[in-house]
Unconditional design. Structure first.
Length: 239
């Protein structure tokens, strides 16, 4: 099954899972310390577009102290390096930014770099900490779900928990609905998965159309098997 992708600072990181899941975006969402925006990239976690960090981390210029200004500058530099493909360079800038001034945006982007480097446990730690600072970040919950899917061992129940939170925070996000559907399908919750695939299709995730057909066929097959078992049980009782 296909799982959309993770979100980078201003978008989600997209990637295809080598398991039953396939993320729909190519890169995690990156967050910038200013107004949120989406970085232009191919999606592969439709969790693949990074979104910039919330403006909540950006106080007015009149109140910014030197340390906080340096942390913000490092965050911006790290994001530029990540966009240029220098993941190690971005990692160093984000780490320094978080050391100077710990913010949800800095932790979010640091998690993105760890994810790119397949350091999934570290990505999970960063996004968990980011959520503690900003529990309303749907992107952080989405990326955390992606990391739980990708890290060995795969933890679909934890991924499901965070995708459900993300869906409640961003009910109109088709990518989140698709990812939630993919995990529900993998957990055998086909009826619920079908509902979410249909929601994602309504929100312009065209690839969901094929998933809808596949899950509908699975549900039909499941019901036919159950009906057959019931029929056999009834025939045996009559004998």
């Amino acid at each position: 099954m296909n799982f959309l992708m993770i979100r980078q600072s201003s978008r989600r990181i997209s990637q295809t899972f080598s398991r039953t899941y396939a993320i729909a975006h190519n890169a995690p969402w990156l967050t910038r310390p200013s107004v949120p925006f989406r970085i232009a990239q191919t999606r592969t976690l439709t969790a693949s577009h990074p979104r910039p960090a919330s403006s909540l981390d950006s106080p007015s210029l009149a109140t910014v102290d030197p340390a906080q200004a340096e942390a913000t500058s490092l965050l911006e530099t790290g994001t530029k390096l990540l966009e240029d493909g220098d993941i190690e360079g971005a990692l160093a800038k984000y780490q320094r930014s978080v050391q100077i001034h710990r913010t949800a945006s800095g932790l979010f982007n640091l998690g993105v770099t760890h994810y790119h480097l397949k350091q999934f446990d570290k990505a999970i730690e960063c996004w968990t900490n980011a959520i503690e600072l900003d529990p309303t970040s749907a992107d952080a919950h989405t990326n955390l779900a992606s990391a739980y899917i990708m890290s060995p061992p795969c933890r679909p129940q934890l991924a499901l928990q965070h995708l459900q939170i993300a869906a409640s925070l961003a009910p109109d996000d088709g990518e989140i609905a698709f990812n939630l559907a993919a995990v529900l399908e993998s957990c055998g919750q086909l009826d619920a998965a079908l509902v979410q695939y249909k929601r994602s299709l309504e929100r312009n995730i065209d690839r969901a159309e094929q998933n809808i057909r596949n899950v509908s066929a699975k549900i039909l097959g499941q019901r036919l098997r159950e009906a057959s078992k019931t029929q056999v049980a009834g025939d045996n009782e009559q004998k």
